[in-house]
Design a protein around this ligand. Structure first.
Ligand SMILES: Cc1ncc(C[n+]2csc(CCOP(=O)(O)OP(=O)(O)O)c2C)c(N)n1
Ligand SMILES: [Mg+2]
Length: 330
């Protein structure tokens, strides 16, 4: 949670400095993501949206790999071709995020059906927001999951806002979790600022899914303390008072208070955790910024095994402009 918070703060600054192009902070949602990810196994499949940094970190994805994607450098596994923050890590069963809202929900259900047929004891977990519960894919996905009792944990982070649209305008339902009832499986509301509560809810849902008892919808109630993304100014649509109310429920402060009260965290140990996170970030961003950019000529690769004559000609023209060399860029 501390590494995630540190990354969030630094990435917002890096974007303002023009060192990365775009970032979507998860400030306030750390406990929901970490609690959920800890209750999964490395064999489970994660289908994230664009805000799941802490899920990636908890699954063991190196911070450096995440920063490489944000930088779009030559070490970026998505080769600079994906929108920043839409990373994917095959080795960690962390499927590449796509920007259209909700598409990962049906994909996760399909993957769960495949796991069922292969008799694999794994679950699939689509991550999505309150806004995504209005998407077609949410309803199609939950319906299929209910009918086929797929091992899927629908993990909804209700952060109260879909960009500038508040939760009250998203649906007349009292909770988002209760929507599961219509599809014939349980929906659970959990305090997403409480890492232990989230962990328990997801562990229960996982046990149920692996037993063959089918899916669960979990609504983790959180708040997006930061902007929707670096392209957003939340002051235009919500009050400082509302933000302050939720800031008082900062999941990191809660975790620190709980651990201190239990005698499991000293002031010195806490400080050390923050220092280590800052040092880890500093080393990762330094290495990432030193890596050369993607070679421009690579745009001709990976679509066709053999280039079409037309693309071949375009590549020749590209080379003749002297821009094909490794690292050449403007
Ligand atoms: C199909 C589709 N419609 C609209 C958008 C534009 N859009 C991007 S993020 C977003 C809000 C999503 O809100 P929510 O699901 O609550 O997730 P959050 O951003 O709060 O984590 C919208 C409408 C989109 N990406 N895809
Ligand atoms: Mg939202």
């Amino acid at each position: 949670m501390v590494l995630s918070r540190t990354t969030d703060e630094r990435c917002l600054a890096l974007q303002r400095q023009g060192r990365i192009g775009f970032y979507a902070p998860l400030l306030g949602q750390e406990a929901a993501q970490v609690g959920c990810a800890l209750a999964l196994t490395p064999d489970d499949w994660v289908f994230p949206a664009y805000r799941e940094l802490a899920v990636a970190l908890t699954r063991g994805v190196p911070l450096r790999s995440i920063l490489d994607q944000l930088l779009g450098n030559s070490a970026d596994l998505t080769k600079g071709r994906q929108m920043p923050n839409h990373f994917g890590f095959r080795d960690y069963k962390f499927v590449t995020a796509s920007s259209p809202i909700g598409t990962q929900i049906t994909q996760a259900v399909g993957a769960a059906m495949a796991a069922q047929r292969r008799k694999e004891a794994v679950v699939t977990v689509p991550f999505f927001g309150d806004g995504a519960t209005s998407s077609n894919d949410f309803h199609a996905g939950l319906n299929f999951a209910g009918v086929f009792r797929t091992p899927t944990i629908f993990f909804c982070q209700n952060n109260q806002w879909a960009i500038s649209l508040p939760r009250e305008k998203q649906t007349r339902s009292k909770t988002l979790a209760e929507k599961a009832e219509a599809y014939g499986f349980p929906g659970v509301v959990v305090d997403g600022t409480d890492v232990n509560a989230v962990y328990r809810a997801v562990a229960q849902a996982r046990a149920r899914a692996v037993r063959g008892d089918g899916p669960t919808l979990i609504e983790a109630q959180v708040y997006r303390l930061g902007p929707h993304s670096t392209s957003d100014d939340p002051k235009r649509y919500r009050t400082d008072a509302e933000v302050a109310e939720w800031k008082a429920r900062d999941p990191l402060a809660r975790m620190r208070a709980d651990l201190s009260a239990a005698g499991q965290l000293t002031e010195a140990a806490d400080q050390k955790i923050w220092e280590e996170a800052r040092a880890e970030f500093a080393a990762a961003i330094e290495a990432g910024e030193q890596a050369p950019p993607m070679a421009p000529e690579s745009i001709f690769e990976d679509v066709f095994a053999t280039l079409t004559p037309r693309l071949e000609a375009e590549r020749e023209e590209f080379r003749s402009l002297g821009r094909g060399a490794e690292g050449a860029h403007e």
